[in-house]
Design a protein around this ligand. Sequence first.
Ligand code: GTP
Ligand code: MG
Length: 694
Amino acid sequence: MAYTTDLIKNVSIAGHGGTGKTSLFEHLLFAGGVISRAETVESGKTTSDSTPEEIERKISIHAALAHIERNGKKINLFDTPGSSDFIGDVILSFRASEFVLLVVDCRVGVQIETIKLWRNLEKYGKPRGFFISKLDEERADFNKVLADLKEKLKVDTVPITLPMGAGSGYKGVISALNGKAYLLQGQEQLEREGEIPSEYQEQAASAKERLAEAAAEGNDTLMDKYLENGSLDNAEIECGLIEALAEHKIIPAFAGSALKNSGLIPLLDFFARIAPDPSSAKDVGIDAEGKELAIPIDADKPLSALVIKTNYDQFSGKLSWLKIIEGKLSADSEAFNLSENKKERIGKLYICQGKKLEETRELYAGDVGIVAKSPSFKTNDTITAGDNSFHYLPLRLPEPVHSVAVSAVAKKDDDKLGEQLLRASEEDRTFRYVFNAETKETVISGMGELHVNMILDKIKVNQKIEVEIHVPRVPYRETITKKAGAEYTHKKQTGGHGQYGKVLLEIAPLPRGENYNFINAIFGGAVPKNFIPGIEKGIVEGMARGTMAQYPVVDVEVKLVDGKYHPVDSSELSFKLAARNAFREAMKQANPTLLEPVMNLTVFVENQYLGDVMSDLSGKRGRILGQDSVGGIEEIRAQVPQAELLRYSIDLRSITSGTGSFNMEFDHYAPISGRIAEEVIKAAQAFKVQEAEE
Ligand SMILES: Nc1nc2c(ncn2[C@@H]2O[C@H](COP(=O)(O)OP(=O)(O)OP(=O)(O)O)[C@@H](O)[C@H]2O)c(=O)[nH]1
Ligand SMILES: [Mg+2]
């Protein structure tokens, strides 16, 4: 059966690694009647962690989707990875969801990913709440976690469920919303709804009052009523919460233990009855002028959808996940891939429970579905019924921060490796694969060492190819620091036709980033016009490999001042060779220097590691630009040479016990000299020798 927009709920479960997201997802599917038994993450049989790479590592790597039917609603649930290496799938899940539940481990409280995800959600104004997990553990302290949220995120949460006891004395939760208790049952049994035990009644009453107050915030009429009567009934509270939540006025908090099947029924009821549905949400399009447009999720419009994810399934081949934003998507229909300008047949249409696909005929705006074998579809494509005046805004993914150069051990496997890396980059938009012609390396980049290794391991195992990795070469540049001139005569006399061309050049430094400028200052036909293009080609060739370490030369103005030709022996080739050599001669006289790429780096670390991170950055020739502190997390902005950051994800991991993270992007080229430059030159010579030997 197809659910209409107002009957759909899209919810992402997110949070720091290991907080219990996958366990919660699994036990919610059990509570929702989707599976008859909840499996443990350790068993490798959960619905969500189903790929070999997840089973082997016992962590989530990919977003998983399943759905639960409850109170006539369809709840699409996304389980997302906690490791920042796999942030790409978290972001796509957020894009498809109208509500995000952040899971916080009750023993630990706010962690670094909690803060980063919170900031991301805040930026896009996404309705969200917290699930405080693992209350069956000793040291569990619900109120302490709420205080931590308040201190670090400046958020006053409104508890909808509260725990009864903790650790071995944990008995279940009470719901402030309906005044019921949900009591723990035996192992593997779902909690049972019952009366609130007398010792918790006072607590329940004050929680309900708090909830009524929060609900009244959502609506003026309710506020009047609340002020008049000092209370609201359950139906009124529900109505108020719906509005307050959609307007980001409240952040609900829930308590529970996934493993004990506790706190799940009230959570599912909250999703079904109160969490925002897509009919009140908007996506973002971009029109032909590049302006952003708010696109309401609306089934009455012609079809438009966004491809949020691409993956490859062993049996079904390529799968494209679509969030339908307008209209309806039907099986056995035709759609238009606006991004590729291509008509595409939609064959079978699926919804899924983890990796299990279920065929369906039709999906309404707001829903998420999967299309198999649509060759032109790729992540971020806009799919429409026909012509459309806008595209959907691509997913805002962070830039990869960890790069390695790769090659197949056996030359014959090179093509296969390339194909697999290309496919991986299609599946995962935070993974890049480029061949760098300048350094002659295949460089792959991802969000961290774990991310890159996971992709390489998968290729090695599935394709049975051996792969070598090494630190990528840095794309240095060369430039000059003063004016110089040189002349060169190319002359050859062999048998019949000779070769002749003479060129006199002057070169001068240009401001950084201006790259190259050519001026033809020849008077009176010393070199005929038809040879000028040959001269320019020669200069460009000369600039392609500098005289210091063979790196490209940049930021040079080249003036052609004089030359000489021979009526018979001159040719384009002779002038090209003369110009190339004249350029090289001039460059040697012009005080050449090496330039290195400098990156803008932003590091996020817990306060306790600040000193170590700062001193490491200064050892890396970094320049600190600024520093901010949010909720005990320090944000450090610095400029650091790329050469020092080639293994930064590994270094930062070891300094911060795996809690730190960073972004970086290229900023500018800066001169280097002394020992650092000498080493670059030495390495370039070694590389040249090795190249010659191959
Ligand atoms: N005691 C207790 N342990 C739990 C509970 N939920 C999860 N765990 C344990 O916590 C560990 C991590 O659980 P996961 O569900 O894999 O956590 P996750 O957040 O999905 O982890 P990542 O996907 O790696 O971010 C596992 O050993 C679980 O058994 C709970 O309610 N109680
Ligand atoms: Mg998980």
